[in-house]
Design a protein around this ligand. Structure first.
Ligand code: NAD
Ligand code: ZN
Length: 358
C-alpha cells in the first residue's frame, strides 16, 4: 500500500477583519518591478469601498475576473498572455472571490511559469514548474477550493482540474467578514457543495481517519448552519467558512462521489454551475446516500430553496451520451463511491435513467 503524500497550503490566516493584514503578508513576497496581480471576482467590480481596501502598490494590477461562466482554459490563457506581455514576470497572483475566481488564480499562477496552453495541464501531475506565489481569499464558502490541490477548468475536450503539488495556494486569507451577505440561494448552493463533499467523503471507500476527522467536523458545522440555527448570523459565516476548509481537507485524502461524477456531465454539456448542479443531482441520489439525501431535503425545505428539475428534458440521445462519457471518465470518484468493482455497479443504462430524472 502506498500512501499519498500531499502538499498543503503553506500559510493560513483566519479571523474577522484579517483581510486588512494582506498588505503586510504580501510585502516580503514582492520583487522589485514585478507586480502583485489581484484577480477580483466581478461581483465586486463596482464596490469602490471594498476595492479601496485592496493593497495595490507600485505597478500592481487589478484584473476583474469574469465568473459568469466557470473558468475555461481559454480564459486562463487570455489572462496569462495579457500579464506576460504587459509585465513579463509578476510577484504573485491573488484570487479574491468564490471557487471560480480562486481556481482561476491558481491556474494563472501555474501558467505564468509553465509553457504552452492551460489545456495541456488538465489532469494529474502534469504541471512541470513551480507556480508563482499565489494567494486565495474566499468571498463565498463551500467549495473547499481554498485548500484543494486542483483548479477545475473546462477545456476543449474535458472538464478537469490541474491536479498537482504546485496547485495549492501558498497563502489563504479566511476572513468571515468577506462572505457576509451572499444571497440566500447562492449561499445555499455553494454551502451544499461542502455538505455533499462531506457525505461523499464519509460514505466513500477511500475514507481513512484523517479524512473522517475533518469530514465529520465539517458535516456537524453544515448541520448547525443549515438545520439547527434559526437565523443566519455572523457565527453562521464563521462556521461555514471553516466547514468549507475542513470539507476540503476531508476530500484531500479521500474523494468525492456520485453527485460530483454525475454533475460534471451536466456542467460539461449545459454549463450548469457546480453548486447548483450538485444540488440538482443529489436531490435524486436516495439509492446511494439515503440519509444524506433525506437531510438535504429537510435543509431545502427549511430554507425554501428552489432546486431546478427537468434540466435534461429536451436533450438528444447524443447529448445524454456525452454526459455519460464525461461522468464515467471520473473513475476515481466512482471507485470511491462504489468500490474497486464500480464498473459492475454502474453502467450507461443506469446513468441514462438517472440523467433522465434530472
Ligand atoms: P462562483 O465562484 O462561481 O461564484 C458564484 C457567484 O457568486 C458569482 O456570480 C460571483 O460573482 C458571486 N459572488 C462571489 N462572492 C460574492 C459575495 N461575497 N457576495 C455575493 N456574491 C458573490 O461559486 P462557487 O460555488 O464559490 O464556486 C464554484 C466554482 O468552484 C466552480 O468553478 C467549481 O468548479 C469550483 N470548485 C473548485 C473546487 C476545487 O477544489 N478547486 C472544488 C469545488 C468547486
Ligand atoms: Zn464540489
Amino acid at each position: 500500500m502506498k500512501f499519498r503524500n500531499f502538499k498543503m497550503v503553506d500559510y493560513v490566516v483566519y479571523g474577522r477583519g484579517c483581510f486588512a493584514q494582506l498588505d503586510e503578508i504580501l510585502a516580503p513576497r514582492r520583487t522589485e518591478g514585478q507586480p502583485m496581480v489581484f484577480l477580483l471576482d466581478h461581483h465586486f467590480e463596482h464596490n469602490e469601498a471594498f476595492k479601496a481596501t485592496i493593497p495595490l502598490r507600485g505597478n500592481d494590477e487589478l484584473v476583474i475576473a469574469d465568473v459568469t461562466h466557470e473558468p475555461k482554459t481559454s480564459y486562463v490563457d487570455e489572462i496569462t498572455n495579457m500579464l506576460k506581455s504587459k509585465f513579463g514576470k509578476v510577484s504573485g497572483i491573488i484570487g479574491i472571490g468564490g471557487g471560480s475566481a480562486m481556481d482561476l488564480a491558481k491556474a494563472v499562477a501555474i501558467m505564468m511559469t509553465n509553457e504552452g496552453l492551460a489545456q495541456e495541464y488538465q489532469g494529474y501531475d502534469l504541471v512541470k514548474n513551480k507556480a508563482v506565489y499565489k494567494v486565495g481569499i474566499p468571498t463565498i464558502s463551500g467549495t473547499g477550493a481554498e485548500v484543494s490541490r486542483t483548479c477545475v477548468l473546462t477545456g476543449p475536450t474535458k472538464k478537469l482540474g490541474m491536479n498537482s503539488d504546485f496547485t495549492p495556494f501558498d497563502q489563504i486569507v479566511l476572513d468571515p467578514e468577506l462572505i457576509k451577505g451572499v444571497p440566500k440561494n447562492q449561499n445555499f448552493y455553494t454551502g451544499m457543495d461542502c455538505y455533499i463533499h462531506c457525505i461523499e467523503s464519509l460514505d466513500g471507500t477511500f475514507l481513512n481517519t484523517f479524512s473522517q476527522s475533518y469530514g465529520e467536523k465539517a458535516l456537524a458545522m453544515c448541520r448547525e448552519v443549515y438545520l439547527e440555527k434559526d437565523q443566519w448570523d455572523e457565527h453562521s459565516d464563521e462556521l461555514l467558512m471553516m466547514a468549507s476548509y475542513a470539507g476540503g481537507m476531508s476530500i484531500a485524502y479521500s474523494q468525492v462521489g456520485v453527485a460530483h461524477a454525475v454533475s460534471y456531465g451536466l456542467s460539461y454539456l449545459l454549463g450548469t454551475k457546480h453548486g447548483i448542479g450538485n444540488c440538482i443531482v443529489f436531490n435524486h441520489l436516495q439509492e446511494y446516500y439515503p440519509e444524506g439525501v433525506a437531510e438535504f431535503h429537510r435543509m431545502v425545505d427549511k430554507h425554501q430553496i428552489h432546486i431546478p428539475k427537468g434540466v435534461c428534458a429536451n436533450l438528444s440521445e447524443e447529448q445524454f451520451d456525452t454526459m455519460i462519457d464525461v461522468s464515467l471518465g471520473m473513475k476515481l470518484l466512482w471507485e470511491n463511491a462504489l468500490g474497486a468493482d464500480w464498473e459492475q455497479k454502474i453502467d450507461r443504462a443506469k446513468l441514462r435513467a438517472l440523467y433522465g430524472k434530472l
